[in-house]
Write a protein of this length. Structure first.
Length: 143
């Protein structure tokens, strides 16, 4: 039995499928929906940070997107007669998901296979693969 299920979401159809799977498969579990705002793609430690106005504009847009996305997740949960806890973190997606799992007593991670459009030919995205390899708990990947 899963007490606390973490569902990372990025707004893709696969992440929605992951949330639907968690809602229907684990009716007694606490479900936390996590959105990670990634302020960089592949910055290295030697790369300079964004200038302050650009960083502030990015953060504001990312927060608006996160709010909209998590509102949609709460509405989906309500359609299933459920409530979910939501969280927003900033960082590298896979690392933030794994760290959140460790820090919040998560028993199971349920996530979509990738964040690309449904017609993408990739079977498993890099974030899902890395979370599956590094997570301290069971990870279910929904396709």
């Amino acid at each position: 039995m899963n007490r606390h299920v973490l569902v990372p979401v990025d707004g893709s159809p696969k992440s929605r499928a992951g949330l639907e799977h968690a809602l229907t498969t684990y009716p007694d579990a606490e479900i936390t929906v996590l959105h990670v705002m990634a302020p960089y793609d592949r910055w290295g430690p030697e790369d300079p940070p964004l200038p302050t106005p650009a960083a502030e504009a990015w953060f504001e847009r990312a927060q608006e997107r996160a709010t909209t996305l998590l509102d949609e997740c709460r509405a989906l949960a309500a359609e299933h007669g459920r409530e979910v806890t939501t969280a927003v973190e900033v960082g590298e997606a896979w690392r933030t998901i794994v760290d959140y799992t460790r820090a919040h007593d998560v028993d199971h991670v349920v996530m979509g296979s990738h964040g690309r459009p449904d017609d993408a030919t990739v079977a498993l995205g890099s974030v899902a693969e890395t979370v599956a390899r590094r997570s301290p708990v069971i990870v279910s990947i929904v396709r």
